[in-house]
Design a protein. Sequence first.
Length: 319
Amino acid sequence: MHFHEIKAFTKTGMNVLGNPATVTVVDQFPSDQDMGAAAKKLGTPMTTFLCPTDSPGTFDIRHFSPDGDECHICGHATLAAAAFLARENAAFSEGAELTFNMNPKFGVSKDSTIKVHIQDNEISLMMPAITQLVPMKDAAFYQLLCQGLGVSEDALLKPVYFAKGIKDLVVAFKDQNTLLSLMPDFPKLKQMAIEGAYPHEGLMGTAPSNIPGFDVINRVFLPGIDVNEDIACGSGNCSIIPFWVLRSQGVFPPDKRDFKVVYPYPPGPEGYVGGVQQIHMDVESQTITLTGQARYERAIDIPMSGRRPPPKNVLGMWT
């Protein structure tokens, strides 16, 4: 099967790594087992399958993480999928409006859709804002968390919040340098994520930015799905931005709705960041609009028993 590696949240004129995703288009989804096996073989932070529907400009989308399990929502892979479609058909880059249907079994939002707008090299995703943020109160939770992160509890801007719907923890830090210098114990964090009393998918580390030109810095840890640190996460903002808008205890002005976000990604090469994003939150509709760029990297072929990609005229069905 033919896949395409695309790096999301790049930025023209900046030293940005971008977060890789592998994308393919199929006329019918292969079995879950085959899609999971492909994700394991490819080994990128996310592998995404797109399937055109009978409605022009509407695609079903499914994501599989490197451990072979299906993921409920993935911003960087969704943006990469949109970038691939625009690369295949130039009409997409001229203000196309698309709809991606997520797997409804996860119930991430009421309609399980992501609206996509493409204009030139800018791609915007309208995603759910998770406003059901539950404060964590158990002392044992903070003990496990701080052991895994290697910090004292005083370093946290408490409380930590659990984001229902996407099962992420929003962990804000008082000091940006604490977040930047973290060297987590990933085996401990993975054990905490998948076992015991506090299961979760991702740990969203965030702080007000001390990097010029940005409002927020994020580091996202996903050892439970075999991604220790995500280079630049999109879906994490579904809970991080609502936290800063609604629960940040006056860190930002109460009417602030627009944020420039950077992922410094300290494990990367010196002089580079992982990714950059622009985000707007609409409190009334409980959505965020996440905007970024992407860069095509390469084509990859792997043996797979699933269906072949559809002809290109199927990809152009919106015209």
